[in-house]
Ligand binder design. Structure first.
Ligand SMILES: Nc1ncnc2c1ncn2[C@@H]1O[C@H](COP(=O)(O)OP(=O)(O)O)[C@@H](O)[C@H]1O
Ligand SMILES: [Mg+2]
Length: 243
């Protein structure tokens, strides 16, 4: 059954600071959509607004989960997670002094997921054998790439249908960025996810994106309907590649 997300005319910010200025986008069933934008343009604010962490002042966010539509605006983050939407936050936000396995178990607070903790944990370890080897290691003592792997795995512990990934490449070396983006593609396929991924790293994001949007000053400046269109777009080339 279909899983998609539709954002329309979203306005949100922090107190008197307006960040999202009537932003609209959609992610259709089974797509990986890239939200491209340089620093400070509102990517994280959009992710947080979808999750109910930042409260929008206008507009709508509708998630269709297994064919049922839910208006997300006004709901608490826990409820949104419960419906089947998960966020891999920017900067990973792990508990560095807890072990790999403890971090994973903390991801499983969604009641529907809790009944399947053992199964989800097994899936995570099958998907990321490296995490299984290191289940007793403290999260903070792992490499950046492994920590990003753990952050991705943790989000799967809530058994999401829609996954929001906020700048997975931040703070990683080029090789690890490459690996992380490859990992996201595999996850998406293995778990049959619908994915919205915020990225500044245009070249890496378009490796796996079906299409994309460019966010500038809190609104969508333009959208590209295919990977090829992203690659060939002059504005993107100017913004990201300086050509
Ligand atoms: N907690 C906050 N309080 C006030 N302003 C914020 C807060 N978080 C982000 N901002 C501002 O909102 C704007 C968009 O930030 P953000 O959504 O983090 O952008 P991006 O993720 O694209 O880098 C920036 O100008 C930033 O300074
Ligand atoms: Mg951000």
């Amino acid at each position: 059954m279909a899983n998609r997300i539709t954002v329309e005319g979203l306005r949100a910010g922090y107190g008197s600071v307006q960040v999202l200025e009537g932003l609209s986008l959609r992610v259709d069933d089974g797509e990986t959509v890239a939200l491209l934008g340089t620093n400070g343009n509102g990517k994280s604010t959009l992710m947080k607004s979808i999750m109910g962490i930042v409260k929008p002042t206008a507009g709508s966010v509708v998630a269709e989960i297994d064919g049922r539509k839910h208006d997300l605006v006004g709901r608490e983050p826990e409820e949104i997670v419960e419906l089947g939407v998960a966020l891999v936050p920017e900067g990973r936000r792990l508990f560095p002094r807890l072990t790999v396995e403890e971090n994973l178990l903390l991801g499983a607070y969604r009641p529907a997921a809790r009944s399947r903790i053992a199964e989800n944990l097994r899936f995570c370890y099958e998907t990321f054998p490296r995490l299984a080897e290191r289940r007793k290691q403290l999260a903070g003592s792992m490499s950046g790439g492994e920590q990003q792997m753990l952050a991705l795995a943790r989000s799967l512990m809530t058994a999401p249908k829609i996954l929001l990934i906020d700048e997975p490449s931040v703070g990683l070396s080029p090789l690890l960025v490459h690996n992380t983006i490859g990992m996201i593609k595999k996850l998406k396929e293995d778990f049959d996810l619908t994915v919205l991924m915020a990225e500044q790293n245009f070249q890496q994001a378009i490796r796996i994106a079906d299409r994309g949007y460019v966010i500038v000053h809190g609104h969508i400046e333009f959208e590209c309907a295919s990977r090829e269109a992203l690659q060939d777009n002059d504005v993107i080339r100017k913004l990201y590649l300086g050509v």
